[in-house]
Design a protein around this ligand. Structure first.
Ligand code: DGL
Length: 263
């Protein structure tokens, strides 16, 4: 089983890409909806929550862990790798960074994410480590997650807020924009419209699923241990009223999550 976790329901956008590119593999998902949002919380809190979740997923039989949440990837991935040395742990930052480097022509890349992700500086470091003369610009967009969770994908208020957040990146003439938050792919149309046709939008969930697929193609033993044998499983730490709406938007169907409470 592939254990995928997120701060809540946004990680379903990552599940969507895994179902598209890795349909033969078994997924167990955990969304920490009781403690969402992670994007405005302290690194210490996020590490502690992530550790509890990984323990839970391993107990349920996950053989690898995928951190769908960008904030947890930015703030807890190294910590989790130290804590769970025997478990392969994948995060969503690195694949998005590689995708952006392949995409940019003018070496000017923008990143949007939660305050936690943006303030961590993890993208800037990873990008500059690979290509030292890149121009990297970031914007944190804390209002977007609540708008998306209300299903306000194409409302004029959403378009206005997106336009405001993206204006500084537009001025910097970025040609590539990383959507460094689980929720933002649901606003891709509005974001793309605001940035203009020439800006390529990177959805790291797709890059993550594709890089994971290439890894499995090279590792038959691991691939076999993750093969689908029963229904995918979805766990949440609370049942938010909008879960069904989000599951319909992300996966095209409603799913019934099981609720698990950590004390
Ligand atoms: N899942 C979070 C992320 O990708 C967004 C929601 C939150 O702030 O918890 O950063």
């Amino acid at each position: 089983m592939i254990g995928i976790f997120d701060s809540g329901i946004g990680g379903l956008t990552v599940v969507k890409e895994f179902l598209r590119y890795l349909p033969d593999y078994q997924i167990i998902y955990f969304g920490d909806s009781a403690r969402l949002p992670y994007g405005t919380k302290s690194p210490r809190f996020i590490r502690q929550c992530s550790k509890e979740i990984v323990k839970f997923l391993l107990k349920k039989g996950a053989k690898v862990i995928v951190i769908a949440c960008h904030t947890a990837s930015a703030l807890a991935a190294d910590f989790l790798r130290r804590e769970f040395k025997d478990t392969p742990i994948f995060e969503i930052i690195t694949p998005g960074v590689s995708g952006a480097i392949q995409s940019t022509k003018n070496k000017t890349i923008g990143i949007i994410g939660t305050p936690g992700t943006v303030n961590s500086g993890v993208h800037r470091r990873a990008l500059l480590k690979k290509v030292a003369d890149l121009n990297v610009y970031t914007e944190s967009c804390p209002l977007l997650v609540p708008l998306i969770e209300e299903g306000w994908f194409e409302r004029k208020e959403t378009r206005l807020i997106v336009k405001n957040y993206l204006a500084p990146l537009k001025k910097k003439k970025i040609d590539t924009l990383i959507l460094a938050c689980t929720h933002y792919p649901l606003l891709k149309k509005v974001i793309s419209f605001a940035m203009g046709k020439r800006v390529r939008i990177i959805n790291p969930a797709k890059d993550l699923a594709l890089s994971f697929r290439s890894l499995l193609r090279q590792n038959e033993k691991l691939a076999n241990s993750l093969k689908k044998s029963k229904q995918h499983q979805f766990f949440l730490s609370d049942d938010p009223y909008n879960f069904r709406l989000m599951s319909r938007f992300c996966l095209g169907k409603e799913i019934n999550p099981k609720i698990v409470r950590f004390n």
